[in-house]
Write a protein that binds this ligand. Structure first.
Ligand code: EPU
Length: 418
């Protein structure tokens, strides 16, 4: 067990390199299953989640090497198309292997992900979509068993533009016979990266980056090399921290992916300067209370909601932060209140009454983004904050304490076993 100890109330200054995107690389790793031969992925963030996915691919029989942010995946042999409970349970994105395995091998057994820290998170769209492509789906002993000799293209409409279901169905449809049309598809940058990678492998996909995606199945795909896009959620986390705490330059971003959060940060009173792939944020002298409602891309990401609430906790005035993607993703709220924040949750909204200052305390992280919000709060708080259960942060942020320390934060990781 490890914890982060943060001495707050220090200004941040300097540059931070943004890593490759967790939510882009995970489906790309799954897509590597679609082709025999060696896929090369560059700028892979070294995270617990990328390691979990690598382990899962290894269990399937794939050869994997992962060093210095480069990964090689040789999916020539797959002997066991089975994703076991202990890995899927650790990381829901394991479910991404379902589509590619059924498409290439005609069969997959993937443990059904359970609920998570903030609610049920079902996978019904993934399963209904695969059924539409002709797969036979059964649930047995907590596992989804999906079978199909050859998937056949079809028209699929999602009730909600789910990122995961869109990715899974695209990966199934690229090797199906005939045309698949997905309506109300997700158009997050991570899905765009997945589609572009599949096209480089030989897939035929139209409408990339829109809500109507058309896929013409091909017989075979070929392995390729790809570089992962910068992580817009990691970048957004540093932008929000910078809006409260100093002057920092984020290197290697795609500013266009961050328009929603940049717009809000400017409303808060921070200065933002964009120079090609770099973004400099200079803190707001007075933090204005600004409402946020999360939405699908290009809206304000749910994965930045917790961090935004942390910032709003010290704003001048009250704000309402509403999450329309996940109704009850507020496990960070009671922890922020331990620091002296004044936040109440009503339905899918947090009402944040800004306080003059927050004071360090022991808190506990419950998921990846909740951890990030507690770190931001700890950096803003007076005194010392201990963030416990920090293993969550390592799922999605690469060496976050080193990155903040390089900016001048007083933050260190302590192993509780010592
Ligand atoms: N939904 C269903 N049925 C489904 C699938 C989704 O009802 O079959 C609902 C969900 O319950 C939710 C909404 O649709 O209310 C959106 O879920 P989505 O499927 O888009 O989420 P996801 O693919 O499971 C990805 C990210 C999440 C991020 C969401 C929303 C990855 C690996 N995960 O999850 O990231 O919050 O999209 O943008 O890409 C994180 O990185 O911390 C994280 C949770």
């Amino acid at each position: 067990m490890e914890k982060l100890v943060i001495e707050g109330n220090h200004q941040l200054k300097g540059e931070v390199q943004i890593s490759g995107a967790k939510n882009a690389v995970l489906p790309v790793m799954a897509a590597a299953l679609l082709a025999a031969g060696e896929t090369k992925i560059n700028r892979v963030p070294d995270l617990r989640d990328t390691r979990t996915m690598a382990k899962l691919l290894g269990v399937l029989g794939v050869q994997i090497q992962f060093t210095s942010n480069k990964m090689q995946i040789d999916a020539t042999t797959i002997d066991r198309p089975i994703a076991p409970y202990d890995l899927v349970n650790k990381m829901r994105a394991s479910f991404y292997v379902l589509g590619p395995l059924v498409a290439r091998f005609g069969k997959a057994i993937v443990s059904l992900p359970g609920g998570c820290a903030w609610g049920p998170r079902p996978v019904d769209y993934h399963l209904k979509g695969l059924e539409k492509l002709g797969a036979k789906i059964e649930l047995e002993g907590g596992d989804i068993i999906a079978k199909s000799k050859k998937l056949i293209g079809n028209n699929i409409r999602f009730d909600f533009p789910s990122v995961g279901a869109t990715g899974n169905i695209i990966m199934a449809a690229v090797l199906a016979r005939g045309e698949t049309k997905i309506t109300n598809a997700a158009k997050e940058p991570e899905i765009v990266q997945l589609c572009e990678f599949l096209v480089s492998m030989g897939a035929k996909i139209d409408g990339i980056g829109t809500t109507e995606i058309t896929i013409e199945g091909v017989d075979e795909l070929f392995p390729q090399e790809v570089s992962v896009i910068p992580d817009r959620i990691e970048a957004g986390t540093f932008l929000i921290a910078g809006a409260a705490l100093g002057k920092i330059t984020l290197k290697n971003t795609i500013p266009e992916h961050l328009s929603a959060v940049i717009e809000k940060i400017i409303e808060v009173g921070a200065e933002v300067v964009i120079d090609k792939n770099d973004i400099t944020v200079k803190r707001a002298k007075k933090i204005n209370a600004i409402d946020v409602t999360t939405a699908v891309y290009p809206g304000f990401a749910t994965d930045l909601q917790a961090q935004w609430i942390a910032l709003m906790s010290v704003a001048t005035g009250s704000s309402i932060v509403t999450d329309t993607i996940y109704n009850d993703r507020f496990s960070h709220v009671p922890e922020l209140n331990r620091l002296g924040a004044n936040i109440t949750v009503e339905g899918n909204s947090a009402i944040v009454r800004g306080v003059k200052e927050i004071i360090g305390a022991k808190v506990r992280s419950t998921d990846i983004r909740a951890s990030a919000s507690l770190i931001i709060a700890g950096l803003m708080a007076k005194g010392v904050t201990e963030v416990n259960h920090i293993h969550h942060i390592d799922r999605g942020y690469e060496k976050i304490e080193n990155k903040f320390a390089q900016l001048g934060a007083k933050i260190k990781r302590i192993s509780l076993d010592d």
